[in-house]
Design a protein around this ligand. Structure first.
Ligand code: ATP
Length: 365
């Protein structure tokens, strides 16, 4: 069964290093997403796995077998791209059963596989339609059907939903995961969309500039990102720089700009350490009254987001933070209101201040 392992993969194009020293093991039947900003090497990595490109250094193993010298068509995989590539002169049925591996089967077997695939994808009713008669979502499902009708157990998906409109994209996300799990496939899915990655994956590989930043489950990446880059790229975060000025048994006191203070849970840091405090917008509290561990600020912007209001608050420390308050809450604030932003210690993540500067590590390129 297809476990995929990349060992020390580097791919260079002349002087450009697209990916460098990539090590990752995708388990059998696992749904793994490669997530990162544009140009970080995601497509390069799937092309190396598929055999479209050879790695400059390193090795690819599929199902324990070294892939060197094995062409794409012998790697037993299905590949779906962003640009939906259907044969325009073939209808849905003929597109799905196009692969020689299917075409060469006896008629009865071919009929069975084709029907099963279309049924699975809910395409049976439109099997006689031609690509130009289909919506983008249907076209991409047909492409998926064609990739899977070969009975491949490894599915490579390169931005498969990017060309679709939001509603179809959300629907197909769910369908993709269901399909992969129902059929017991191993899936490697490339995307720059963190929400898409979080909603489909068992694990996410976060990449930046050709390297892996970290690998973890969507929930862990969101709740306990190991790096400032991930805290910024996966979900949204507020970042406040400061210095630890006091540490006792349980609590650390962080001085932020303008000599203001926020306390944190005690961790490995010691007095004098430069730190960055990270907090998700939904984990901050806004109130009019004084409160412990709070910083005063003024509301500079309010955006209605449907399920919540997003408030931008300029703190007395000159930091501006985003605070999300569910719409269901009765209490509302107005622009220019003076508010207290409450920092609950259990919701604060603390990182060492990066020597290259905060902005530099958060940069996407
Ligand atoms: P995107 O999300 O924009 O598709 P990506 O993360 O998939 O980006 P890649 O397409 O893998 O990134 O590109 C990684 C780097 O390798 C980029 O700097 C890109 O310009 C370079 N690159 C990719 N393909 C080639 C090529 N055929 N020749 C030269 N450079 C290339």
């Amino acid at each position: 069964m297809p476990e995929v392992e990349l060992r020390n993969i580097t791919k260079r194009f002349g002087k450009i290093t697209a990916v460098e020293d990539i090590n990752v093991k995708v388990k059998d039947k696992e749904y793994v997403t490669i997530l990162g900003p544009s140009g970080c090497g995601k497509t390069t990595l799937v092309k190396v796995i598929s055999g479209i490109w050879d790695a400059t250094e390193g090795e690819v193993f599929i199902d324990g077998k070294r892939m060197e010298g094995i062409p794409t068509y012998e790697r037993d995989l299905g590949y779906v791209f962003q640009n939906i590539a259907l044969f325009p002169h073939l209808n849905v049925w003929d597109n799905v059963t196009y692969s020689p591996r299917v075409k060469d089967l006896e008629m009865e077997k071919l009929e069975r596989i084709g029907n099963e695939m279309l049924d699975l994808l809910n395409l049976l009713k439109i099997k006689a339609f031609f690509p130009n008669e289909l919506s983008g979502g249907m076209q991409q499902k047909t492409a998926l059907g064609r990739a899977l009708s070969t009975n491949a157990k490894l599915l490579l998906l390169d931005e498969p939903l990017s060309a679709l409109d939001t509603r179809v994209r959300l629907e197909l996300r769910y369908e993709l995961r269901r399909l992969v799990k129902d059929l017991g496939l191993t899936a490697i899915h490339v995307t720059h969309d963190q929400e898409e990655a979080m909603s489909v994956s068992d694990r996410i590989v976060v990449m930046k500039k050709g390297r892996i930043v970290e690998i973890d489950s969507p929930e862990n990446l969101y709740k306990h990102p190991k790096t400032l880059f991930t805290a910024n790229f996966v979900g949204e975060s507020n970042f406040i720089e400061g210095r630890i000025v006091k540490v006792d048994e349980e609590i650390g006191d962080v001085e932020i700009r303008n000599k203001l203070h926020i306390t944190i849970r005690r961790n490995g840091f010691k007095r004098g350490d430069g730190v960055v405090l990270v907090v998700r917008p939904e984990n901050l509290i806004l109130q009019s009254e004084e409160a412990a561990n709070s910083i005063e600020g003024v509301i500079t912007k309010i955006t209605f987001m449907g399920a919540y209001f997003r408030y931008h608050v300029k703190l007395k420390s000159d930091d501006t933070v985003m605070v999300d308050i569910p719409t269901i809450y009765k209490k509302r604030f107005n622009k220019n209101d003076k508010v207290m932003v409450v920092f609950r210690r259990e919701n604060l993540l603390v990182y060492a201040k990066p020597y290259e500067g905060l902005m530099e590590v958060l940069k996407l390129e």
